[in-house]
Design a protein around this ligand. Structure first.
Ligand SMILES: C[S@@+](CC[C@H](N)C(=O)[O-])C[C@H]1O[C@@H](n2cnc3c(N)ncnc32)[C@H](O)[C@@H]1O
Length: 257
């Protein structure tokens, strides 16, 4: 049986790694690095750094695979993601077949936590369902970018007794959802927060969280939206890519709840 570990490595700081993840790293024969695009170099640098720092007395190999980019926007977002995951599944299957012997342990080092906007678990389940490869896998949780954001801003995620929603910039473009006062926005390529700048909303924004390039801005959205856009554009220009997340809060918290 081939074993796969899906290890959450935290969202940027090598010290976000858990003790459980360190123990898991020390069981691995082959690490598969799967990032893509312009951010690939930096993100994989952190993965290599984590292996160097935390793996003691064990030989391991690192295999970098070119992972496909999402295409076919004309198909609609969900269909395009489905197609992408099917292509990724082929890459995973090839890696498992060619790089792991029976009894070996392979690992995917997932940015942040594998449960949040990441398809590694979905793809492994599809591989098992397809039945061509006999594998078993374990998931080791990591610190998400949401946790990194709230820690750096020293802000609780939820208002007392209230719900939290996590969404994408694409969905925020349709408006602030009803019945929620705390909203986390990820994967926002288009500055979707700007459309809410006339509303009574507070924003806690963070880019490159946990890394030496980290940037934090918070305040009333009406007052800081332009600054965030300016800083964000400049950072993207300087680094060639950006990775940012923000928490929006609206309404007055009832402290008596
Ligand atoms: C594909 S999702 C992966 C999320 C990841 N699994 C997690 O647990 O945070 C990528 C998005 O996560 C957010 N993100 C990840 N790392 C970040 C960081 N260090 N700083 C700010 N945002 C980050 C950004 O919104 C980015 O577009």
């Amino acid at each position: 049986m081939k074993k796969i570990l899906v290890i959450g490595i935290g969202a940027g700081n090598p010290e976000y790694i858990t003790v459980q993840a360190v123990k898991a790293l020390n069981r691995v024969d082959v690490f598969f690095l799967m990032d893509k695009g312009v951010s690939k170099e930096k993100l994989n640098h952190l993965r290599r750094e984590i292996c160097k720092r935390y793996i003691t007395d064990r030989n391991y190999r690192i295999v970098e695979a070119t992972t496909p980019e999402r295409q076919g926007e004309g198909l609609g977002y969900l269909k395009a993601v489905d197609n992408l995951n099917a292509e990724k599944q082929h890459v995973f299957e090839r890696l498992i077949a060619e790089e792991l012997d029976d009894g070996d342990c392979g690992a995917f080092l997932v940015w942040g936590d594998p449960s949040l906007y990441d398809s590694t678990i979905r793809i492994l389940n599809a591989i098992i369902k397809a039945g061509q490869h006999v594998i078993e896998y374990e998931v080791i949780p990591g610190i998400t970018s949401v946790q990194a954001l709230t820690a750096q801003h020293k802000v609780p995620l939820n208002n007392i007794g209230h719900s939290v929603e996590i969404t994408t910039g694409r969905r925020l473009a349709r408006g602030f959802p009803d019945n929620v006062d705390s909203l986390v926005v990820m994967l926002d390529a288009e500055n979707a927060y700007k459309a809410l700048a006339d509303q009574a909303v507070e924003i806690f924004w963070g880019a490159y969280l946990g890394t030496p390039d980290e940037i934090l801005i918070s305040g009333k959205l009406s007052e800081v939206a332009d600054e965030i856009e300016r800083v964000r554009n400049a950072a993207r220009e300087a680094n060639g890519w950006i990775m940012d997340t923000y928490l929006l809060k609206r309404g007055v918290q009832d402290e008596s709840e």
